[in-house]
Design a protein around this ligand. Structure first.
Ligand code: OAD
Ligand code: ZN
Length: 364
């Protein structure tokens, strides 16, 4: 087929639905970003008001992205761990869009779901594991950043929820979830799955600013006649430049709901989403068990605790304040240490033996 031949009759949702329902569309590849999870109450990174980076910008960090930067983490892992505690999986409900992805799999149409998200909401929504490529890793496993020794899952969960910094039992190095930080390479599974994009009959890009490479570059690997659909609040990347591109501006949940209505899948979609419902416990009960089973990724019929505050806007404020407090704490601790060291030096100069405690409690 020539690359200019029309695959979708029109550049609209009914034509997209008609194509998905046809036997020409067998393999759908998805590319996801943080915008897919904002309706779950998780902030994205680059939205001007509600994004994590805009909010972190008011803190005393060298730059907002430093929280996810490996060299900064080596020097100060506390901001990352503060964020990790707030975002730890198990507290958030998948969105309608996550259930849509599961529905595509149920209809045998999902080839690969590439996600940049570390929230594992695709898994919680019931998308089969073998269809998901977590390009920027996830909280599912962790290891020492120096000797690379894996670290126990339960111990990690306990440490993160207790806001403690986990350390390697072998070499004392910092332990980090297998989330890809700036300055690190992407997982092998991602590299191996890159050719899958060329097999797509349809590429759907949702909720991403397409600013981070190499992920963003996947969109260029779709075949010349493969329709590329962007579902996002704003226009991003190069989608819209090819004749078969379709840009659907709006909230992911609203756009996929319209699409499912056209496909006659609306009830199925809402039934699947209903299964992801979080059964809220009373706050007292929640308090009691805290740190025990919070954070665990649960199956759809199991009970998970709801995380308050519920909106991405509220949460980004809470995260920013918590990191801000930690940074201030850090600063004052290091000042106290400095004072202690100076005092100890004076003592030493006076011929007194230097006490070990003057060095204790210092920064890493
Ligand atoms: P961004 O925050 O860069 O982009 C999110 C996009 O989703 C923006 O274009 C928003 O307008 C849009 N959006 C937000 N809510 C939406 C909604 N309800 N419906 C539709 N669109 C919505 O997030 P990512 O593109 O995922 O990497 O960011 C990519 C990477 O940058 C992340 O994986 C992370 C970050 O630094 C690492 O930490 C390595
Ligand atoms: Zn180690």
């Amino acid at each position: 087929m020539s690359k200019n031949a029309k695959v979708l009759k029109k550049q609209d949702i009914p034509s997209l639905a008609e194509y998905i329902a046809s036997d020409k569309c067998k393999n759908i590849v998805l590319m996801l970003g943080a915008g897919v999870s904002t309706a779950a109450g998780i902030p994205d990174f680059r939205s001007p008001e509600t994004g994590l980076y805009a909010n972190l910008a008011r803190l005393n960090l060298p730059y907002p992205e430093a929280v996810f930067e490996i060299n900064f983490f080596r020097k100060n892992p506390v901001p990352f761990y503060t964020l990790a505690q707030e975002l730890y999986p198990g507290k958030f409900r998948p969105t309608i869009t996550h259930s849509f992805i599961r529905l595509l799999a149920k209809h045998g149409l999902l080839h690969t779901c590439f996600t940049q998200n570390i929230d594992v909401l695709e898994r919680i929504a019931g998308v089969p594991d073998d269809k998901i490529i977590e390009a920027h890793g996830s909280f599912a496993s962790q290891r020492c950043i120096d000797c690379h020794k894996p670290f126990d899952d339960d111990e990690m969960k306990r440490k993160i929820l207790a806001k403690e910094t986990p350390k390697c039992g072998k070499c004392g190095g910092l332990v980090k979830p297998d989330i890809v930080f700036f300055g690190e390479s992407l997982p092998d599974e991602f590299i191996k799955a890159i050719p899958n994009v060329a097999k797509a009959d349809l590429l759907i890009v949702m909720g991403t600013s397409l600013t981070v490479q190499p992920f963003a570059g996947l969109a260029e690997r779709a075949g010349a006649s493969c329709p590329r659909v962007l579902i996002n609040l704003d226009r991003v990347g190069s989608i819209g430049r090819r004749p078969n591109d379709l840009v659907l501006l709006g909230k992911c949940d609203e756009v996929v709901s319209k699409l499912c209505r056209e496909l006659g899948w609306e009830k199925e979609l809402m039934d699947l989403w209903a299964k992801t419902e979080i059964k809220t416990k009373s706050p007292v009960e929640g308090e009691e068990d805290e740190g025990e089973d919070e954070g665990e990724v649960k199956g759809e019929d199991e009970e998970v605790k709801v995380k308050e505050p519920a909106t991405a806007e509220d949460l980004v404020g809470a995260i920013t304040d918590a990191i801000g407090r930690q940074l201030k704490l850090d600063e004052s601790e290091s000042k106290t240490d400095q004072d202690k060291d100076e005092a100890a030096e004076e003592e030493a100069a006076k011929g007194t033996e230097k006490d070990e405690s003057s060095k204790a409690g210092g920064k890493l």
